[in-house]
Structure formats: structure tokens, C-alpha cells
Design a protein around this ligand. Structure first.
Ligand code: FES
Ligand code: FE
Length: 436
């Protein structure tokens, strides 16, 4: 099989690369390095799918806003005066100026800084100086962008025809998330990190924990050490881990049953536009949170969670987010591409709205594990980007433990295939032509 390298002399033939993509292998270099693929990703993936934008906790009061820049698009997500979450184009209807430049903040109205056209937080225009009496303000409200909330998570879609399977996905995940009451939570801390790697390398890295054993000593202390475990492994060390795990699992099951939270998980990471996975696993040690040896980090539990030992509810949403919900806090991750080899990763720590900093939690302890883990992951992603950019790179095979990485790549290729109109017959022709 011939692969394109990380340093193509000319634009890659994306359709050909999509058609000859080898299942079970990482992607060819231009998927991680080329401007053309990056532009296509912005258009097909980030322009047509539901993107995780922020949590409702970031929009606690009317006028609170978050801006989200995706390629050339800029979106305002704002809580309007009636308490609804709105998503609006950050483009003034006068002569097009950006209205809000900050990543987040709070406004009374949305006032364009150029000539002060003024919009309500629902996007309707209320002031435009110098227009004639015949001017119809109703025609010049800010354009809206599709938005929906799912148990406190705010998703937006730039397409006029957003994927409709979001309703199905929301119906599955809402009962898992609802008891955490993310819409009522408080933002304890937020960090933006630029990782020097393509957004898909960021997502692939997140979707596996094969690197955790050596890469994330802080994070690993909270989880059961199954990284090197094989079915039937009877070493005394593994037997002890297994026994602890079974006891913790039984505790978690009875806690879920007591609070009517669904047991088990769902995994549909590919095969649908809104790929997702939700799982609920017990934690090791004290079994509560990401503190040392599983210790609790915030004294007040989230929402309606009744017991501290409530494991890790983990959610993955394609294309750009992942979440960890613990009994005492939640950690929320959003990845947004900013260049072919740069990705903005925003991490947000949420706690119970009544939790008081310095009394119930402190920021350094709350954020220690994921700050360290993020930095370790950034280094992994940057190494992977350098490798994928090397002419010596060619796609390599996934291990069984990397099933979610493979599912992410499968989902991505499916989306491109659909966009490019590659049916099976067309694909076979392209594969033949490429000499595979
Ligand atoms: Fe916004 Fe003129 S461009 S008021
Ligand atoms: Fe990692």
C-alpha cells in the first residue's frame, strides 16, 4: 500500500486517502498535517456536527456569554433575559464587525463596538443610529445558530440542517447526567491550553489510556490498575485488584439503584453523526474523587448525588469533547482546532453551586490531577504531531485497548466519506486506481 507522507509536495488527494483508509490503522500523515484536510475538517466536521460549546454553569445569569471561534466562524452563546440559552452569529448586521471579542463575560445588551448597533440578548435589534424612519429593525436581528442543551451541556451546530440524531443521543445520556445538575453548578476554575498538534491527535490521545501507565501517574492512582490486565490473569497482585474492583462495583450498583440512575453504559462512537459513549466505573482507593488515593476534593456533593463513593461517569461526544463526573465535582473538556497543528483545549472544573472556595474546596487540590494530566497529554500530542510530520511516518496498527481511538477514526472517515459521496463502488474504483 502506498501512503502519503507528512510532507506532501502537492495537495493530497483526500478522496483517494479516504477511500483507501485501512481499518485498524492510524490515519495517513496528511490527515494530521495538511492545510487542505484541515479546511475540509472545519467545513465537514466542525461545520456540520453538534459541537460541545460550554456548560450552562458558564451562563448562570441573563447576559452571561461565551464566544466560540471555529475557523472563520464566531458564535456567541448567551443566556437571554428570559433565561433561555441562545446561540447567535458574532457578526453585526450593520457592516459586519465582530461584536464580542472576549472569550466570556457578561452584558446587558449586545452592543457593536463599531457604530453601536444594539441587540437584545435574544439577538433582536433595538438601536441603529442614523437609519431612515422606514428602517425595519426586525429584519436585522443577529443571525441565530442551532443550539440545544442536554442536562446542562450546551451544544451548537453551524449547519442549517443539524444532525437529527441528537434527540436520540440526548434521550440516552440525559438520565445519566441529570442527577449531577450541571445546569446549577458553579465554575470553580477554567484553563485554556494550546496543544501543538492536530485536533484529531488530541482526540485520539484522549480516547485511549494505553499511555496512562507510564504517562499519568497522578491520574492513575484513582483508577483500578487494569491497564496490563488480561482475562484470567491470576497473579496475586491482580487478584487483589480484581477483588477490590468487584466490591467497588457492587457498591456503585446499589448506589445507582438507590438513586434511579441507569446502570451500565452505551457506546455508539461511530456509525452515527452524533457519536457518543457513556460509562460509569467505580474508582479505586477511597473511591470518591481525583484526590490522592481517590480522596474527596470538594465537601459538597454535586446536585442530587447522595453518596461520595459514586465512581466516574465518563462521557465522550464526537467530535470535540469528553467529561468526567464525580460525586464531588465534574471536569469538562472541549477541543477546538485553531491551525492544522494547533488545538485549543479548554478544561473547566465544576462544583456544587453552594461550595465555597477555601472552605469546601481549594483550587490547587481540585485541579492538580487534571492540570498535570493535561500537560502530560499535551507533550504526547506534540510528540505525535512531530512524528506524523516526519516523512518516515506511516499508519500503524491499533491494539485492542485502542478500540475507542479506532472508533474515533472510523467515525471521522465515515463523515468524510458521506460528505464526498463515496459509495462502495466508487471507493473500489479509487482503491484500484491508487494501486492498493
Ligand atoms: Fe456594527 Fe457598524 S458594524 S454598528
Ligand atoms: Fe492521557
Amino acid at each position: 500500500m502506498r501512503f502519503s507522507t507528512g510532507t506532501p509536495a502537492s495537495a493530497p488527494d483526500i478522496a483517494e486517502m479516504v477511500a483507501r483508509r485501512a481499518v485498524g490503522y492510524s490515519l495517513e500523515a496528511p490527515f494530521y498535517t495538511s492545510e487542505e484536510v484541515y479546511d475540509l475538517d472545519l467545513d465537514v466536521i466542525f461545520g456540520k456536527h453538534w459541537l460541545f460549546a460550554c456548560t450552562e454553569a458558564e451562563l448562570a445569569e441573563p447576559g452571561d456569554y461565551v464566544t466560540l471561534d471555529v475557523g472563520r466562524h464566531s458564535i456567541i452563546i448567551v443566556r437571554d433575559d428570559d433565561g433561555n440559552v441562545r446561540s447567535l452569529r458574532n457578526v453585526c448586521r450593520h457592516r459586519g464587525s465582530r461584536i464580542l471579542e472576549n472569550p466570556c463575560g457578561s452584558v446587558g445588551n449586545l452592543v457593536c463596538p463599531y457604530h453601536q448597533w444594539t441587540y437584545r440578548t435574544d439577538g433582536s435589534l433595538i438601536f441603529a443610529e442614523g437609519q431612515p424612519p422606514s428602517f425595519d429593525r426586525q429584519r436585522f436581528g443577529l443571525k441565530s445558530v442551532s443550539v440545544r442543551t442536554v442536562a446542562g451541556l450546551v451544544l451548537v451546530c453551524l449547519s442549517d440542517e443539524p444532525p437529527t440524531d441528537i434527540d436520540e443521543v440526548a434521550a440516552v445520556i440525559e438520565p445519566y447526567l441529570a442527577p449531577y445538575r450541571l445546569q446549577d453548578a458553579k465554575v470553580a476554575h477554567q484553563i485554556d491550553l494550546i496543544e501543538g498538534g492536530n485536533w484529531k491527535l488530541v482526540m485520539e490521545n484522549n480516547r485511549e489510556c494505553q499511555h496512562c501507565d507510564v504517562g499519568h501517574p497522578e491520574l492513575l492512582s484513582a483508577y483500578f490498575a487494569f491497564g496490563l490486565y488480561a482475562e484470567g490473569d491470576d497473579r496475586p497482585r491482580m487478584r487483589a485488584v480484581l477483588e477490590r474492583y468487584r466490591a467497588a462495583e457492587a457498591r456503585l450498583q446499589s448506589a445507582c439503584a438507590a438513586t434511579s440512575i441507569p446502570l451500565g453504559g452505551h457506546r455508539e462512537l461511530d456509525g452515527r453523526p452524533t457519536g457518543y459513549q457513556i460509562s460509569h466505573l467505580p474508582l479505586d482507593g477511597a473511591g470518591i474523587s481525583f484526590g490522592a488515593a481517590g480522596a474527596q476534593l470538594s465537601r459538597r456533593l454535586m446536585g442530587q448525588i447522595a453518596v461520595p463513593q459514586f465512581g466516574d461517569m465518563s462521557l465522550h461526544l464526537q467530535p470535540n469533547s469528553w467529561f468526567h463526573m464525580l460525586s464531588d465535582h465534574a471536569v469538562v473538556f472541549r477541543a477546538v482546532p485553531v491551525a492544522p497543528d494547533k488545538t485549543l483545549v479548554r478544561t473547566t472544573w465544576l462544583v456544587n453551586a453552594d461550595a465555597v472556595e477555601g472552605v469546601d474546596y481549594d483550587i490547587d487540590s481540585l485541579t492538580a490531577v487534571w492540570s498535570a494530566t493535561n500537560d502530560q497529554d499535551r507533550a504526547f500530542v506534540e510528540m505525535a504531531q512531530r512524528g506524523a510530520s516526519d516523512p518516515g511516518y506511516e499508519p500503524g496498527p491499533f491494539a485492542a485497548i485502542e478500540g475507542d481511538v479506532e472508533a474515533f477514526d472510523n467515525w471521522y472517515i465515515e463523515r468524510l466519506r458521506e460528505h464526498l459521496g463515496l459509495n462502495e463502488a466508487h471507493q473500489a474504483l479509487l482503491t484500484q486506481a491508487s494501486g492498493q
